[in-house]
Design a protein around this ligand. Structure first.
Ligand code: URP
Ligand code: ZN
Ligand code: ZN
Length: 520
């Protein structure tokens, strides 16, 4: 009820933008430091009808243009959160952040585009599931969004539907689960075929990399031994269970030259696998998430059950408290490339489904609102990365990999005016009391973060205005992600040529011994 009222107030306060060249469609951002993935420049940005039309100094500005003074601030591409699960039904509960509240919270934190997952049940039509997800999201999203589609079963129909989605529905990424046995899990022979098909379609194969069989065995044993609390969740799926599947996915993808994207990297060992495979030339990308960069698995040992259960997600946070800094450093050094949040939020009453059995705690945590702040604090404020690398890992690399660059992911003439004006001097303390998400807990509670999004501009509309949130229900739109992203597939093609198998050329009498073998 509260949400409906909020919506109504916001809608009343903010008439839909009229595309008639009136002043509210024109915005000048002056005196800021414009940050792109390849550098920083002092420049003004002029926006008209949702698009950046001028960039530089001494711009020609029509009358009636609103001006924002960004002196001392960074002007950056809005964040792209590559991994969310708004209103997902999982393990008997429905995630409480829906497409309205989730995208509103995203905007509050400086994110202007999300990528959510369509997850069909085994046997369900992928195209139908995709249509259903669009019908859920389209009327609610406050910012633009794209969709990945889960391939949770395999058949000729699924193969044909993947083709249909790639060719006619703007989907260029498919997620396969190596865990969630009996629900979503795909086994190696099918994984091989799906990767092969992704490659044919010019798509990105994504994997949830954990060994589902091992997890099932470990879970049984832990529960039998009386370990029923949230700490059992991490114990049942330790680092090497994630690293093994990560490695296996890399090996299988490499056989068919399929570009691979490993979602939610949670451990040092899995990150090491990605970095190693990349150093060997594999086309593979790693996506740590706000949770793995800003929190750790010591929380599972908290004596408060609610606190511990609220940190349960898969793969889990790791007990080694050095993990977040290690992953941030990996991001800085390009061992890892992209960041999401895996925002999939469940309230205490939903987490309680696993009160007596950790394997029944709905999996998921928050992050869509705080991802940018956490990465700025751990990455830029700590000195591990500069603002350009921050932009690369929070926005540009995602736009390139999923083929929406330069429409998204950069501040350039012709790009969508999805921007954040970031004050690096100010700081804020994260709390569930003040966050904009629906969920009743925040895994980053109490964390002080420098860098405050003072203004967030979504398709030219000021949706955070002097820190005041003015997101608009349904203002966002679906962004198709076209197949064959050149950023990915140019490398795939080059590598394929390079490693084309070569047979041995032999003469007509090749069964005869050569001279050195005559006496042998
Ligand atoms: O625990 C998680 N990660 N929940 C969302 C589903 C998934 O595997 O991404
Ligand atoms: Zn997953
Ligand atoms: Zn996820």
């Amino acid at each position: 009820e509260e949400i409906v009222m909020e919506q109504a107030t916001e809608l009343a306060a903010q008439p839909v933008v009229e595309v008639d060249g009136s002043s509210q469609n024109r915005l000048l951002i002056k005196n800021g430091k414009v940050v792109n993935a390849d550098g920083i420049e002092d420049a003004d940005v002029f926006i008209e009808n949702g698009v950046i039309t001028q960039l530089g100094r001494n711009l020609i500005i029509p009358g009636g243009t609103r001006t924002i003074d960004a002196r001392g601030r960074y002007v950056m591409p809005g964040g792209i959160d590559t991994h969310t699960h708004m209103e997902l039904e999982l393990m008997g509960a429905t995630a409480v952040d829906d497409f309205y509240q989730g995208t509103k919270a995203a905007i509050a934190g400086g994110t202007t585009m999300i990528m959510d997952f369509v997850l069909p049940r085994k046997g369900e039509s992928l195209v139908e599931a995709f249509g259903n997800w669009r019908r859920k999201a389209d009327p609610k999203v406050c910012c633009d969004y794209a969709l990945h589609v889960g391939v949770t079963w395999w058949s000729d129909q699924v193969k044909q539907e993947m083709t249909e989605l790639a060719k006619n529905h703007g989907v260029n990424s498919f997620k396969m689960f190596m865990a969630y046995k009996d629900l979503y899990m795909i086994r190696d022979p099918d994984l091989y075929k799906i990767f092969e098909h992704c490659k044919e379609l010019g798509a990105i194969a994504q994997v949830h990399a954990e060994n589902g069989d091992i997890i099932a065995e470990n879970t049984k044993k832990l529960l039998e031994a009386g370990i029923t609390g949230p700490e059992g969740h991490e114990m049942s799926r330790p680092e090497d269970v994630e690293a093994e599947a990560t490695h296996r996915a890399c090996v299988i993808a490499n056989q068919v030259s399929c570009p691979l994207y490993v979602v939610h990297i949670m451990s040092k060992m899995a990150a090491d696998v990605i970095a190693l495979k990349r150093s060997q030339g594999a086309v593979v990308y790693g996506e740590p998430i706000a949770a793995s960069l800003g929190s750790d698995g010591t929380n599972y040992h908290h004596t408060c059950w609610r606190h511990a259960a609220s940190h349960v997600l898969s793969p889990p946070l790791r007990p080694d408290p050095e993990t977040p800094d290690y992953l941030v450093q990996m991001l800085a050094d390009d061992g890892l490339q992209v960041t999401g949040s895996d925002n999939c939020t469940f309230n205490f009453d939903q987490k309680k489904l696993g009160r007596n059995d950790f394997s029944k705690i709905p999996n998921g945590v928050n992050g869509v609102e705080d991802r940018m702040s956490v990465i700025w604090e751990k990455g830029v404020q700590s000195g591990k990365m500069d603002p350009s690398r921050f932009v690369a890992v929070t926005s540009t690399n995602a736009a390139k990999i999923f083929n929406v660059y330069p429409q998204k992911g950069c501040v350039a003439v012709g790009s969508d005016a999805d921007l954040v004006i970031w004050n690096p001097i100010k700081s804020r303390v994260i709390s569930a009391q003040t966050h904009h998400q629906a969920v009743d807990f925040n895994i980053f509670e109490g964390m002080e973060c420098h860098g405050v999004p003072e203004y967030v501009i979504v398709n030219g509309r000021v949706c955070v205005d002097e820190e005041e949130l003015k997101a608009v229900h349904g203002f966002g739109k679906f962004v198709p992600t076209p197949a064959f992203p050149p950023y990915v597939y140019d490398q795939v093609d080059a590598r394929e040529k390079e490693k084309r198998p070569q047979g041995v050329t032999r003469g007509p009498n090749d069964e005869d011994y050569s001279p050195e073998h005559m006496n042998g």
